[in-house]
Design a protein around this ligand. Structure first.
Ligand code: MG
Length: 461
């Protein structure tokens, strides 16, 4: 069946595939799913990021929700984790955020949040899709049409929540200077105030919400953050922070203006959280660099690997009572606040660590071990993928130097020098190969070795 939900909700180009009719009907399906599941009156919170189609899609969505008898609370413009925090703490039955995260400005999307503030599981999304395609929507009697209300202080409630989880006095004593680049996204509503409240001197870049993203493209990758890197250096700031469009991810720049890759920040915070808790479980996808496991193990903690996808990481964290988790793209999860990627608490915790250790960010990052990670793609028609994966798994069992094979997501092959992960993409006709080694110059060799085995398998099917 055609799937609407991708790895991060429903996405498309505004007024083309992501239009008001889709927003209307999918919202009817979301409300129908929750009313049938909970068997009572329900309330769903809704919010948007800063895109030009936000009000168009939000009003269509609200209309669909109300038509089923569902009550709606409009939270306005806010980051995705802000909406997640409000859904959880205000005990709403679900949440809808109109966002396309880091995608270019012409895109928009719809993401559904469960009553506990986490992203939906694939099974829940499928149940909503079934209602959408069958058009089996509940329709309320005219007396029972839902009611709309507004919550005006959603960002203040969230900022207070984040502040309650960090040592503000400790941070204040250090007088840190932060350059903040919100990329004209939803973080503009939260992060400038938050950083000011913890006593940082803040230089703002692109902190006006603007759906055209005039400052920079929304994805916080090195090529989009030249202005931030330059400003940190010029201003002699202690660090730089860049957010994606819906502010669930944060990327850092050190005091020398150097970009810090997400796997290093993940390891730095994993180490900090395990040390603070004197042990504990850290959850991350199989694709994450071993630098996390190395530092977590050294501090007496344990890493549990999951399939790729932040909803899966969050749910395993709940089940295992983990102390920390996250992805290498800057999406870090601190369970003491909530079980979702959250750039606000991530920013506050990185600043707290700098204050506590009294070291510069570059010094802290230098303590994280270096690994070499290579990522490549191999084309393969979607219909062949399943058989290719099965044949490939059989083939590699007889390969020399294979220490362990893990089938959590695709296949992860541990060899003497490192590991290789081969997994089919969920959205494109490709396989992704990740290879990591500790020794320099070896990862590419390792990736290419398994690339040829995979290509040979694809050719023979
Ligand atoms: Mg995002």
């Amino acid at each position: 069946m055609h799937r609407l939900f991708g790895t991060n909700g429903i996405r498309g180009i505004s007024n083309e595939d992501m239009n008001s009719c889709l927003a209307l009907d999918i919202s009817k399906a979301i409300a129908t799913y929750y009313i049938k599941k909970l068997k009572r009156d329900i309330t769903i919170a809704i919010g948007t990021d800063a895109r030009t189609s936000n009000i168009m899609l939000k009003t269509a969505s609200i209309s669909g929700l109300l038509s089923t008898g569902c009550n709606v609370v409009d939270l306005g413009l806010l980051p995705t984790p802000n909406l997640q925090y409000i859904v959880k703490t205000k005990k709403f039955d679900a949440g809808i955020i109109i966002t396309a995260s880091h995608n270019p400005p012409e895109f928009n999307g719809i993401k559904v949040i469960d009553g506990d503030g986490t992203e939906l599981s694939a099974e829940q999304e499928e149940a909503i899709e079934n209602i959408y395609f069958e058009k089996s929507f509940l329709v309320a009697n005219w007396k029972n049409i839902g009611k709309l209300s507004h919550l005006d202080n959603a960002t203040e409630i969230y900022i207070d929540g984040v502040l309650s989880k960090v040592d503000i006095n400790l941070i204040r004593r250090r007088n840190l200077h932060v350059v903040l680049d919100c990329g004209n996204g939803a973080g503009s509503l939260v992060h400038p105030k938050l950083l000011e409240k913890i006593g940082c001197k803040v230089t703002l870049l692109n902190c006006e919400p603007d759906g055209f993203f005039p400052g920079r493209p929304s994805e916080p990758v090195p090529e989009n953050l030249h202005e931030l890197m330059k400003t940190v250096k010029e201003e002699n700031a202690d660090l730089g922070i860049a957010l994606d469009g819906d502010a669930d991810r944060a990327i850092f720049v050190d005091e020398n203006g150097e970009y810090i890759y997400g796997d290093k920040t993940l390891a730095l915070m994993g180490k900090y959280m395990v040390k603070k808790n004197k042990g504990g479980i850290v959850v991350t996808p199989v694709s994450t660099s071993s630098c996390l496991e190395e530092v977590v193990t050294r501090e007496g903690g344990k890493v549990i690997y999951t399939a790729v996808g932040s909803p899966i990481v969050a749910r395993v964290m709940i089940d295992t009572n983990a102390v920390f988790g996250g992805e290498e793209n800057g999406g870090l999860i601190f369970p003491e606040l909530q079980y979702c990627r959250d750039s606000a608490i991530t920013s506050a915790k990185v600043i707290e660590l700098i204050a506590k250790e009294n070291k510069s960010l570059s010094e802290l990052i230098r303590e994280i071990p270096e690994y070499e990670l290579v990522k490549i793609k191999v084309s393969c028609p979607n219909e062949k993928k399943q058989l290719v994966m099965k044949t490939f798994k059989n083939k590699i069992k007889t390969e020399e130097n294979v220490r362990k094979i893990d089938e959590t997501d695709g296949v992860k092959i541990y060899v003497d020098k490192g590991w290789v992960l081969v997994r089919p993409s969920g959205t494109e006709p490709i396989f992704r190969i990740f290879a990591e080694t500790k020794a320099k110059g070896q990862a590419e060799k390792l990736a290419n070795r398994y690339k040829s085995i995979l290509e040979e398998t694809i050719e023979n099917i």
